[in-house]
Design a binder for this molecule. Structure first.
Ligand code: ASP
Ligand code: MG
Length: 418
C-alpha cells in the first residue's frame, strides 16, 4: 500500500463532468489499495474571476481580504469533488488549508509554508477516507487566511507529500509531462521520461509553466519524487527526481525560451568602484528582477557599458530609473530594446562534458542569428537574441542536440569526453 498525494490543476477540474472523471480515477486508485490525499486547484478561470471582482470592488484591494476571497476558489472544487466521491460509494472529506494544518508566514498573496500539522490529515486517512485538500492556501500564526501565489497548488501538494512522507507526489495537468521544448513551437518536442530537480528548476525559472518553481524546490529539498502527468489520458508522465549517473550522460535535456524580456544598456559609465551599485540599487528597490548583466568597455577610455535584462513588464520603469542614475553619475546615453528573447539549453551533463556552448553558438551562427548576450550556469547556457528569431533558434538547437531521440547525446559524449 502506497501513500500518494495527487494534485489536479484547474483545467482538470474545470466543470462538473471533469470533476466527476477525476473523482472516478481517485476512487479506482484507492480501490487498488493506495491511500490518496488529493490537492485541488480552483476551476480554470475562477481565480482570475475572483481577482477581477476584487478590482471591481476596490482600486487597491486590501491584501488580507483578497486572500480570503481567492481562497474560496479552491473551496468550491474540494466540496464538489468530495460530493462526487461519496456518490461513488467511497468516503471522502474536504479540508481547507486551515483544517489541513497548513501554516504559513503572513505575506498575503505570496505566503510561504512554514510548517504542516499532519495530525488532522493522518486521522482522516486512518478512517480510510480520501482526504481532499484545498490547494494554494494556508493560515498564518494569527489565524489569517493566506494564499501562496499564483500556481501555488503544486507547492501545497509537494509540501504535503514531504510532510506526510508520501511515496510519490503526482501532479496531474493538461499536458502529458515535461517536454524537451514547447510542443506548440516545435512538433518534434519529445516527452521526457525522467528529469532531475535541478534541470526542472532551471526550466521552471525559464518560464516552462508545468510546475510552480517552489514546488520543485520543496521536492528537491525533501527528496519527494514528482510525477507530472495528464488527467485526460493514461499516458505515463515525466518523473522529476534526484540526479543519478544515467542522467549525467544526457548532455542536453531541454531547450527553453522566454519572450518576456527586455534589454537596457547604459553607456559610458565611469569605470570606478560603486557605479554598478548606484545603477542597480534603485532598480532592485523597485522590486525589479535583473537577470543577465554584462559589462564591457565604453567608447571613451576609463568608461564602461553596462547591459542588463529585465522582465518586459518592468521595461519602462527600468528605463526611467536607468536614465535618472545615468544623469546623476555622468554616464552616456541609455539604449534599450524591448523586443528580445532568451533561449536556453539545459542539461545536467554539462557539468562533466564540454562543447555544448560552442555547438550552441555554431548552430545559431549557421542560421545567421546574432547573439546579443550570453550567460551560463553549471547546467544552463542562455543567449539573448532578437525576439523574431525565437522559434527558429529553438528548432535548430533542438535538432542540433538531437533532442527528438531518446538517448540523444550519447554518441556525442564519447567524442567530446575530456
Ligand atoms: N488557483 C490558483 C491559481 O490559479 C492556484 C493554482 O491553481 O495552483 O493561481
Ligand atoms: Mg498550475
Amino acid at each position: 500500500m502506497a501513500l500518494v498525494v495527487q494534485k489536479y490543476g484547474g483545467t482538470s477540474v474545470a466543470d462538473t463532468e471533469r470533476i466527476r472523471n477525476v473523482a472516478r480515477r481517485v476512487v479506482e486508485r484507492t480501490r487498488s489499495g493506495d491511500q490518496v490525499v488529493v490537492v485541488l486547484s480552483a476551476r480554470a478561470g475562477d481565480t482570475d474571476r475572483l481577482l477581477q471582482l476584487a478590482n471591481e470592488m476596490s482600486p487597491d484591494p486590501d491584501p488580507r481580504e483578497t486572500d480570503v476571497l481567492l481562497a474560496t476558489g479552491e473551496q468550491i472544487t474540494i466540496a464538489l469533488f468530495s460530493m462526487a466521491v461519496k456518490d461513488m460509494g467511497s468516503q471522502a472529506v474536504s479540508m481547507t488549508g486551515y483544517q489541513a494544518g497548513i501554516i504559513t508566514d503572513g505575506r498575503y498573496g505570496q505566503a510561504r509554508i512554514s510548517w504542516i500539522e499532519t495530525l488532522p490529515i493522518m486521522e482522516k486517512l486512518h478512517e480510510s477516507k480520501i482526504v481532499v485538500v484545498a490547494g494554494f492556501q494556508g493560515y498564518d500564526d494569527a489565524g489569517n487566511i493566506t494564499t501562496l501565489g499564483r500556481g501555488g497548488s503544486d507547492t501545497t501538494a509537494v509540501a504535503l507529500a514531504a510532510a506526510l512522507g508520501a511515496d510519490v507526489c503526482e501532479i496531474y495537468t493538461d499536458v502529458e509531462g515535461v517536454f524537451t521544448t514547447d510542443p506548440n513551437i516545435y512538433s518534434k518536442a519529445r516527452k521526457l521520461t525522467r528529469i532531475s530537480y535541478e534541470e526542472m528548476l532551471e526550466m521552471a525559472s525559464m518560464g516552462a509553466k508545468v510546475l510552480h518553481i517552489r514546488s520543485v524546490e520543496f521536492g528537491m529539498k525533501y527528496n519527494v519524487p514528482l510525477l507530472v502527468l495528464s488527467s485526460f489520458t493514461d499516458a505515463p508522465g515525466t518523473l522529476v527526481t534526484k540526479e543519478d549517473d544515467e542522467m549525467e550522460k544526457v548532455v542536453v535535456s531541454a531547450i527553453t525560451y522566454s519572450k518576456k524580456e527586455a534589454r537596457i544598456t547604459v553607456t559610458n559609465v565611469p569605470d570606478t568602484p560603486g557605479m554598478a551599485a548606484r545603477l542597480f540599487s534603485p532598480i532592485s528597490q523597485a522590486g525589479i528582477n535583473v537577470d543577465m548583466i554584462i559589462q564591457g568597455s565604453g567608447s571613451i577610455p576609463g568608461r564602461a557599458n553596462i547591459s542588463f535584462t529585465v522582465p518586459r513588464l518592468d521595461y519602462e520603469k527600468t528605463v526611467k530609473l536607468a536614465e535618472k542614475v545615468a544623469g546623476e553619475i555622468g554616464a552616456g546615453a541609455v539604449h534599450s530594446n524591448p523586443h528580445i528573447a532568451k533561449v536556453s539549453v539545459i542539461g545536467l551533463g554539462m557539468k562533466s562534458h564540454s562543447g555544448v556552448a560552442s555547438k550552441m553558438f555554431e548552430t545559431l551562427a549557421r542560421e545567421n542569428i546574432n547573439i546579443k548576450m550570453i550567460s551560463t550556469s553549471e547546467i544552463k547556457i542562455s543567449v539573448v537574441v532578437d525576439e523574431k528569431y525565437t522559434e527558429l533558434a529553438v528548432r535548430v538547437l533542438h535538432d542540433a542536440f538531437e533532442l527528438d531521440k531518446e538517448y540523444h547525446g550519447r554518441l556525442e559524449i564519447k567524442e567530446e569526453v575530456r
